[in-house]
Design a protein around this ligand. Structure first.
Ligand code: ADP
Ligand code: MG
Length: 274
């Protein structure tokens, strides 16, 4: 089980050596207002290498705003975001991405006619800093590496199909492979399973968890299905009206009376799962 200030996945007994060094991600006093709305209000947490950290809360709680401040899409009014000890505040999103903070994006409409492997090759091209020319197909670029990423997410057999022909859950696996293309140390996943069936959600996040462990990649994710949150997260942060209401292991959060009250009282957007 994880302690408050440290987390060592797979480690039995107390943490030692490197595990006590600076956390992968350290967020302190993060705040952001929009007009009169304090969307995020003094949020602080840390995330270790290989850790799955869920950020949950009602709609409008400030989850996406928090993600966007970590990824650099939004500048915080106050607070700090440190990756392995170095502040990311004020850096452009592309620089933050270069430093190893990835996020899953939906495959753009224009790329859906490309094959699965071509989409991953495009992501590899982008990671390799090549200029993307629409007239120069990605077909020649690092195909073997792209196939290896697809193999990891279970999409190897569909590599040469156009993305437009895939089932929705399979598109999500390809998007995960694309997010892995630049080797992120931290992966931000804001509602990665939106629109998916319950069993598929669990499968995608269980796969993400395995990959996080293998690569020692930290994952910060939002998810509405409590089965997925409590089954796949190592720790859970509960955000309500911009503030952290609770933080703990899935067992601690499930047993927390304040969280149960928030679920009932604050109109938690919980989706029923089988
Ligand atoms: P969540 O992702 O938890 O649903 P958000 O971070 O999207 O919550 O939103 C938190 C609050 O900030 C909400 O009240 C929302 O309306 C407001 N908000 C978010 N983004 C903006 C924006 N760009 N402009 C104005 N208000 C915003
Ligand atoms: Mg959101």
């Amino acid at each position: 089980p994880a302690g408050a200030g440290w987390f060592c996945p797979g480690l039995v007994g107390p943490p030692q050596g490197g595990c006590m060094s600076a956390p992968l991600l350290q967020v302190t006093g993060l705040s952001r207002a929009f007009g009169g709305v304090q969307a995020v209000d003094g949020v602080g947490f840390s995330l270790a290498e290989g850790e799955m950290l869920a950020l949950i809360g009602p709609n409008g709680a400030g989850k996406s705003t928090t993600f966007n401040m970590v990824g650099g899409q939004l500048r915080p009014d106050a607070g700090d975001v440190r990756l392995a000890g170095e502040s990311l505040v004020g850096l452009p999103p592309r620089t933050i991405w270069r430093r190893g903070v990835g996020r899953t994006f939906q495959i753009a409409e224009t790329f859906r006619s490309l094959t699965v492997v071509e989409n991953v090759q495009m992501a590899l091209l982008s990671a390799d800093r090549r200029i993307l020319h629409w007239w120069r197909p990605a077909a020649a670029h690092r195909r073997a590496d792209a196939l290896a990423l697809l193999e990891r997410v279970g999409m190897h057999a569909q590599a040469d199909r156009p993305c437009s022909a895939l089932a929705y859950g399979d598109v999500k696996r390809v998007e995960l492979a694309m997010a892995l293309a630049h080797g992120p140390r931290l992966l931000l996943m804001d509602e990665p399973t939106a629109g998916m069936a319950p069993a598929e959600r669990l499968a995608l996040m269980a796969l993400t968890r395995q990959i996080a462990r293998e690569r020692r990649m930290g994952v910060l994710f939002t998810e509405h299905s409590m089965d997925v949150v409590f089954g796949q997260a190592d720790r859970v942060l509960v955000l309500v009206r911009g503030r952290l209401l609770a933080e703990g292991t899935p067992e601690q959060i499930q047993a927390d009376a304040r969280v149960q009250e928030a679920y009932l009282g604050a109109g938690f957007d919980v989706e029923a799962t089988a």
